[in-house]
Structures are given as structure tokens and as C-alpha cells.
Design a protein around this ligand. Structure first.
Ligand code: ADP
Ligand code: MG
Length: 241
């Protein structure tokens, strides 16, 4: 069947534990919102990639997860779709008290690219995202966050800490953050962002949902992941690297 085909095509999919939510091989069978399905149709994406088949049901069920798949395999949508329902499920959506979802990315380019790719999906559900990264005036980013009404903040770790500290914490707070995604975690840790990531995580409620996505999963990252995630489901596409 289709799952078997995907396994074949992608040279091995490893999921632990065994009782993790089963993969779903069609967008239409994932129980997604109609407005999300409409965006897929508009983009002409007719079926999910392997990491999307696996990750979307796991993350939509509220579990922590680690998703490892090579560059270009569709990881942005794999974590970007479940965050929509997570936000819509929260009470007091319009109060503008800070983001509900936080996405950490290692570079400005990646942060911008993630938000660009998720924009049509967020827009279809009336949700707003902002980006924050170094090398650009912090005051513009502060203004964007303070205008309120953002649901998703996609940021590099260094700039995020600057924002947290600015104006004694009145610009940005993590009170409403209940879902955190670390994208390109291998690059983030290679670039030495571990202390910043840990500092950020320590300020977010421990009962949050957390997801870590990466192109590779070296042993050193497994140790870090254990400190950040709670009983994560592990999905490794195409063999452990
Ligand atoms: P990764 O983060 O794994 O490197 P991306 O999320 O950047 O990969 O996706 C790579 C490209 O594939 C993007 O241009 C994205 O829009 C496209 N893409 C993602 N999912 C699908 C899909 N299901 N069908 C067709 N194209 C897709
Ligand atoms: Mg990516």
C-alpha cells in the first residue's frame, strides 16, 4: 500500500515508540480544517511527503516529537500545519497578549523563509505571524510585536533574548506560549545557540508541546533533546545520520 511505497521510496522510516499515531498518506484524510485543505489545493500539493505523513498526525495529537528528514523533504509544512489547530483551540484568541506558538530558527534567512511558506495557511485561518532576527533594527520588530494580535513568532535565539529583555520584559512575554518548534536544530546547535535555547525554554511553561526538526540527528543532539522534550515520538526518515 501507500505507506509501504513511501517506505520503499525513502529508504526506511523509523518511528519510536511502536504505539505512536499511525501515518496518514493523504491530506484529505488527516482531519485538517477545510481552509487548510483549500490552501494545499491552491498550491497544487496533491500529497504529503513522508515526514508530513508521519509528523502531522503525531503533532496534531498533542505529542512532543523529533522529526529528522533531509533538506527539501517538506519539514516546514510538517510542523506548520499542526500549529494552526493548536492556536485555534486556545481560548481568548484575539486578546493580543503575546504569541501562542514560538518557532526558533538558526538564521534570519530561515526565519523569513518559514514565515513566507506558512503565510497562506495562517492567513486562511485569520492568524498572524511575526519574525524577529538580528542584523536588523530591533525597534521595528518591537513595533510589530507590540501592535499585538500575533499568534506565531518565528525568531533566532539571540534576538529573541534581546526582545525578552527589552523594556524589562514588557515588549514580549511567553505567558501564552504553549507550543514551541525548534527548526534546523542541528544547525542551531552547531552555531553554538545551546545556551540561548536553554534560557528561552526555561521561561516557557513546562507543560507546553515541543517539537524538534532537523536534517541530521547526531548523538550530542539526543542529549539536548532529552532536556527540552517530554517523551517525544521520534521519526527518522531515510536512516539515522
Ligand atoms: P525542509 O525544511 O525539509 O528542507 P521545506 O519545508 O523547505 O523542506 O520544503 C521544500 C520545498 O518543498 C518547499 O518549496 C515546499 O513548498 C515544498 N513542499 C513541501 N511539502 C510539499 C508537498 N506535500 N507537495 C509538494 N511540494 C511540497
Ligand atoms: Mg526547513
Amino acid at each position: 500500500d501507500e505507506v509501504a511505497n513511501l517506505r520503499f521510496e525513502l529508504d526506511g522510516i523509523k518511528v519510536t515508540p511502536d504505539d505512536a499515531p499511525r501515518p496518514v498518506t493523504k491530506f484529505a484524510q488527516m482531519g485538517l480544517l477545510q481552509q487548510t485543505l483549500d490552501v494545499f489545493a491552491n498550491l497544487g500539493y496533491d500529497r504529503p511527503t513522508a515526514i508530513q505523513c508521519q509528523a502531522i498526525p503525531i503533532a496534531e495529537s498533542g505529542l512532543d516529537m523529533i522529526g529528522v528528514a533531509k533538506t527539501g523533504s517538506g519539514k516546514t509544512i510538517a510542523f506548520g500545519i499542526p500549529l494552526i489547530r493548536h492556536i485555534l483551540d486556545q481560548p481568548h484568541l484575539k486578546t493580543g497578549e503575546g504569541p501562542i506558538v514560538l518557532i526558533l530558527a538558526p538564521t534570519r534567512e530561515l526565519a523569513v523563509q518559514i514565515v513566507r511558506e506558512l503565510k497562506p495557511f495562517l492567513k486562511a485561518s485569520d492568524l498572524k505571524a511575526a519574525c524577529a532576527y538580528g542584523g536588523a533594527p530591533i525597534k521595528d520588530q518591537i513595533a510589530e510585536i507590540k501592535r499585538g494580535g500575533i499568534h506565531v513568532l518565528c525568531a533566532t535565539p539571540g534576538r529573541l533574548i534581546d526582545l525578552l529583555q527589552s523594556n524589562s520584559g514588557r515588549v514580549l512575554n511567553f505567558r501564552r506560549v504553549t507550543y514551541v518548534i525548534l527548526d534546523e536544530a542541528d544547525r542551531m546547535f552547531d552555531m553554538g545557540f545551546e545556551p540561548q535555547v536553554m534560557k528561552i525554554m526555561a521561561q516557557i511553561r513546562p507543560d507546553r508541546q515541543t517539537a524538534l526538526f532537523s536534517a541530521t540527528f547526531p548523538k550530542t543532539m539526543a542529549a539536548l533533546a532529552r532536556k527540552i522534550l517530554t517523551h517525544p515520538v521520534e521519526v527518522i526518515i531515510g536512516g539515522k545520520s
